[in-house]
Write a protein that binds this ligand. Sequence first.
Ligand code: URA
Ligand code: SF4
Length: 205
Amino acid sequence: MTSTARSAAEFVPAGADLAALRSAACGCRGCDLYQGAIQTVFGEGSPDARVMMVGEQPGDQEDRKGHPFVGPAGRLLDKALAEANIDRGQVYVTNAVKHFKFTERGKRRIHQTPKRTEVLACLPWLEAELSRVKPDLVVCLGAVAAKALMGSSFKLTEHRGEVLLREDYRLIVTVHPSAVLRAPDRDAAYREFVDDLVSVREAMK
Ligand code: URA
Ligand code: SF4
């Protein structure tokens, strides 16, 4: 028996530029995550960016505002990028999954990690972004993004900070900024995160 997994593929318009991709993504029904979230949060940044940063999925604030990395994790990322001397104008920021997945606890919406099937369903959007932006360097923020691009057996801890060669770009994996916020020793975790971004800046040369 063959079963066709649902995916974003049928919603991705062939030959579309980034702006057209972004508007098409608003209507994506490639998995069930669109049902609970407020809106699709597509990637943002210069179409000529040399670096693409890939997070996991939008959080509560990103879902409300419609922009990636505008909540607490985004503020930490911005601060760390500045400290590593990376110009935000050279960075395109996106997520492996474009809709917020959560459970409700009272009035709060608590983040839930997307399932592998949801990450795979959403991958056509990330692939389309990669093929339009054509970054030299891709930075995976956390294991979900890393496994989306490197396969489910990829171990972030074994390759953190290394420059990995892919066919069309180089790739560096680091932790997710939310993991820095949750770390028991937040200052140390933050410094290690900035160190990884310094490796990113060096790889941009
Ligand atoms: N975490 C992510 O992975 N992406 C966002 O856009 C915000 C928080
Ligand atoms: Fe489409 Fe991705 Fe949203 Fe699922 S999470 S509905 S695949 S945009």
